[in-house]
Design a protein around this ligand. Sequence first.
Ligand code: ATP
Length: 238
Amino acid sequence: MLSVNNIDVYYGDIQVIYNLSFTVNKGEIFSLFGRNGAGKTTTLKSCINLVKTTAGKITFEDKDITHMEPHEVCSFGVGFTFQERCVFPMLSVKEHFSLVDRDSFGTRNVNTICNEAAEIFPDIAPLMDRNAGALSGGEAQMLKLAMVFVRRPLPRLMLLDEPSTGLSPENVTRFSEKLRDLKGKVTIVIVEQVIGAAIGITDHYAVIRDGAVIHQDKVSDVKKEEEVVQKLILGHEA
Ligand code: ATP
């Protein structure tokens, strides 16, 4: 479904991703783990060409998307959130939801979409008239995530960069349940530094260090796998 093959990425003259490859199967949750600066976000951004690859190939549903414009990749059914705040400060939360999905406004109106967002994150319901610029970090995170999940049709591939950042433990649990419900229907790639937030719902994962994949596996025993990943991130595997 998503196949990243031998990609290299540079920022200016500095190479940060080296010959990196992984494959994500349809309907699964795939996690990319690694410490700060390992290259997780860069890898995710390269999937929609927000950063350019200088070598390698990326395919989505067998289409070569390596050099396509980000909006083109998204129009094929890819949704994403990144760590940047990415909300329009002068627009209200409700106005954000009115931007989500103009194509399906024949069957849904903005109030329906707002209600759907509040089903995912009830904490967002009282914030509908607040300008996004006045949201806390966690509230802005809920808005960004909800904007992906209220799209219709749902994206077939979601790329989520540290989705648990800023969320309360209760909202992390709610959100994990939402992702679990979508297994089999949507393919999800999650970047996380906090392994515990993602490993329990992950099917396959890769660990990145210094811009290269150092380990990939399937999660069969969550506790065992969490220890393996933790050791790899800390560099204690030897
Ligand atoms: P974190 O968990 O801290 O978000 P990460 O694993 O997502 O880290 P990246 O953000 O992909 O790591 O960064 C990989 C490397 O690329 C780091 O050394 C970082 O300093 C560098 N880098 C990231 N963005 C840029 C940029 N815009 N210009 C130059 N270097 C960058």
